[in-house]
Design a protein around this ligand. Sequence first.
Ligand SMILES: [Zn+2]
Length: 299
Amino acid sequence: MVGRTISDLEVFGPRTLRRHLPGPGDFIARVKGRTVAAACRRGKYLWLPLAGDEAAERGWGPATSAEGAGKERRQPRSHGVPESCVIAHLGMSGQFLAVEPGTPDPAHLRARFCFDDDGPELRFVDQRTFGGLALEVLDDPAAPPPSVAHIALDPIDPNFDRKAVHDALRRRRTGLKRALLDQTLVSGVGNIYADEALWQARLHYARATESLRRAETERLLDAVDDVLRAAIAAGGTSFDELYVAVNGESGWFERSLEVYGREGEPCSRCGSAIRREAFMNRSSYRCPRCQRVPREPRW
Ligand SMILES: [Zn+2]
């Protein structure tokens, strides 16, 4: 999408723009005609900084607050430097699809972006409507927008700082899997990938984070890195046939899951039967031999 100019867009359903308080008319007017300057991600947030001279034409107010709109006029940046972005939160089931114009609309189409080169459309599809779109100000074109600032980098981000994460884990005094699922510490790791990474690193989910040695954190982060890259290469993990990759193909990573969803099956490393245990209203899967209960667990 980068470098392409949005010639038209449509938004469907009352919930899609619920985080964009000025409403659909404002959103469409501000996005139409602008050029996608970059495609960025952090955790479940994706954002597209928009180049184009919106500020010079309209005067700029914070797009996410109807009350504050217009109060805080700023000097526009030089032409072409993004001042705002389309931000998408994927919720439980949101996804972007890039498809040729004219492809039949899917059942849960929430937004369609068309481009002036008549190339593939960008569609936002969301079965369960927990996701949504908004326009947000970008204070620094190289940094995430304010609503994403609290989300940590993910372990495959080139700027991910392993030493800083190790230090934060040691300070946190919590259980290891709770820490992995905390998006303010590490993003991109959900329940499935946490279980897979802990198995690969031979660490129990209730391990007290303050007792982690640096080598163990490295082992865990290596495992997270491996699991995420393998999952991306396989097109994601899909237990739901509606969840597909950007090209519309299903993710097949579940075929290579080692522990998640494999209760009672033998561990591929030691042969012990995989266990499923209740954890944070969900389940944790582990090998009872490779991932022994620690001496002082933090559940
Ligand atoms: Zn095992």
